[in-house]
Design a protein around this ligand. Structure first.
Ligand SMILES: Cc1cc2nc3c(=O)[nH]c(=O)nc-3n(C[C@H](O)[C@H](O)[C@H](O)COP(=O)(O)OP(=O)(O)OC[C@H]3O[C@@H](n4cnc5c(N)ncnc54)[C@H](O)[C@@H]3O)c2cc1C
Length: 489
């Protein structure tokens, strides 16, 4: 084991969360020493590792981009464009010297005697084991397992003669030219991969158990285009367009809770207008849940529906009875033949990257903790997890949390505190404790499958991840650091 290196703050992950957090730390607390430890060979996280055809964002980059760096392209961006943007952020803020690639964290242990985390790291380039010590762990390791996507077990999968691939582990040798392809699942990944592959396949079929909401629009922002024509500078355009996008999204979010039936009809009527008049929209595009109980999948320029209209792509709403040698047999008795099957069936949720955490010799079970504002956890000192929004761009929370964590670190310096631990207050003793997210509010399958592993939430804003960006942007900047929820020593 090499000598331990000490840094004031250790940031985990060089994805959109870790890089954004590093910029906020540099800008707001420039005297703090820090490193960013990243398991992959490069930055980008989600945008580096997903390589399936068409890979793109589903939120607009005016809000998925950071507040401090203008986005100048079309609102929906490819992974390559996001990588370029992140690369520029790293250059502009001189972050490269702080990032250690191929450094995979394998354990983290807190000592209250020393007020330090000791972080075990495997260098995957040299196979060396190294250690870092730090006073504060800033976790940006994401929320899903990077090694493997979620594929259900269906009977007979071993009999199928073709290739089964999950989009998360797409590889360039997958040949789909003039092939019959079956995509299982109908979320945002399907909405991306199907239009990107349709032209080259013989036919591409989407098999879904139940429909998803889609919304469509031009991949352009009229306001941004107008402001550019007027030669307004990009900083201003970024700020103005962000405000407009957020204003419009807030209106949709409000509509989803106050007039869900109206929103549902609007979304479905829009899909109907993009398909042939006799298309069975009720069967294939009318979900059972309320809009926004799961993420709304955006289809730029309606490209998914153009594929269906052209006959190159088709939808099947049914359930799988079993796999066969040549494809899948459905409960209805129909068989879909396929040369390639893509299981766009979602993620495996990952709690703190499954890194074993120990506090003063005792293993932490995060399911037994309660979250402080969806970022820290009762009984776990000096650690925060950047967990973004489901209904708004993830990065909006990276920025808000960046301010909050820097304010907290500064408060600790000013009060000569070395340790901050969330702890339920006497008045919270009888507080009802529930799962991380209320399923009535938001219930995507990956969350429902693994929610029992997640930290718990209480019934007041201090003790929950408030998924409402518009509320949090009011609360977080001035949230008291001495309200009794955070204890210092
Ligand atoms: C295909 C796809 C499209 C998406 N589109 C959008 C969108 O348009 N808008 C939106 O808001 N959200 C979107 N999301 C959600 C998206 O994951 C987040 O918005 C965001 O990219 C997450 O960033 P992150 O940095 O927190 O995590 P990640 O992107 O997952 O990055 C985490 C990083 O931490 C590293 N890491 C993990 N564990 C360790 C360890 N033990 N040691 C060292 N390093 C480690 C990983 O290697 C990785 O680089 C999308 C997700 C997917 C999969």
């Amino acid at each position: 084991m090499k000598n331990k290196s000490y840094v004031d703050v250790l940031i985990v992950g060089a994805g959109i969360s870790g890089i954004g957090s590093a910029v906020h730390l540099c800008n707001q607390l420039p005297t703090k020493s820090f490193v960013v430890l990243e398991a992959f060979k490069t930055f980008g996280g989600t945008w580096h590792m997903h390589t399936y055809p068409g890979i793109r964002s589903d939120s607009d980059l005016y809000t998925f981009g950071y507040r401090f760096k203008p986005w100048t392209g079309a609102p929906i961006a490819t992974a390559a464009q996001i990588m370029k943007y992140m690369g520029e952020v790293i250059d502009e803020h001189g972050l490269a010297k702080h990032i250690r690639y191929q450094h995979k964290i394998t354990g983290a242990s807190w000592s209250s005697a020393d007020n330090l985390w000791t972080v075990d790291v495997l260098r995957t380039d040299t196979n060396e084991k190294v250690q870092y010590t730090t006073n504060f762990l800033w976790m940006g390791q994401g929320y899903y397992k990077h090694s493997q996507g979620y594929t259900p077990e269906w009977p007979g999968m071993d009999k199928y003669k073709g290739r089964i691939v999950h989009p998360q582990t797409w590889s360039n040798d997958i040949d789909y030219k003039d092939k019959n392809v079956l995509v299982i699942g109908s979320g945002a990944t399907t909405a991306t991969i199907v239009p990107a592959m349709a032209a080259d396949c013989k036919h591409i079929t989407v098999l879904q158990r139940s429909p998803t909401y889609f919304w469509t629009g031009r991949n352009a922002n009229d306001l941004a285009d107008t402001l550019r024509q007027l030669e307004i500078n990009e900083e201003w355009i970024h700020e103005i367009v962000r405000r407009k996008v957020l204003f419009d999204q807030q209106a949709v979010t409000k509509l989803a809770s106050e007039e869900p039936e109206f929103l549902k009809k609007t979304l479905i009527d829009n899909v109907r207008s993009l398909l042939d008049p006799d298309y069975d929209v009720d069967k294939h595009f009318t979900p059972k849940y309320r809009p926004w109980q799961q993420r709304l999948a955006f289809v730029p320029d309606g490209d998914l529906f153009a594929g269906i209209k052209s006959g190159k792509a088709s939808m099947v709403t049914d359930e799988i009875e079993s796999f066969t040698e040549n494809g899948v047999l459905l409960k209805s008795g129909e068989e879909i033949g396929a040369d390639l099957i893509i299981t766009a069936t979602g993620f495996n949720l990952s709690v703190l990257g499954e890194i074993p955490f120990v506090v003063d010799g005792k293993a932490v079970d995060f399911a037994q903790t309660v979250t402080y504002r969806g970022m820290m956890f009762t009984g776990v000192p000096n650690m925060a997890w950047v967990f973004g929004y489901f209904r708004a761009s993830w990065t909006l929370r990276v920025d808000l949390m960046g301010d909050f964590i820097c304010r907290l670190l500064q408060h600790m310096d000013e009060t000569h505190s070395h340790k901050v631990t969330p702890q339920l207050r006497p008045q919270d003793a009888e507080m009802p404790i529930g799962s991380w997210m209320d399923p009535e509010n938001f219930n995507p399958n990956y969350l429902m499958r693994s929610q029992h592993l997640m930290p718990k939430r209480g019934n007041v804003s201090e003790w929950q991840h408030n998924q409402d960006y518009w509320v949090e942007r009011e609360i977080l900047p001035t949230a008291s650091l001495v309200d009794g929820c955070l204890t210092y020593s």
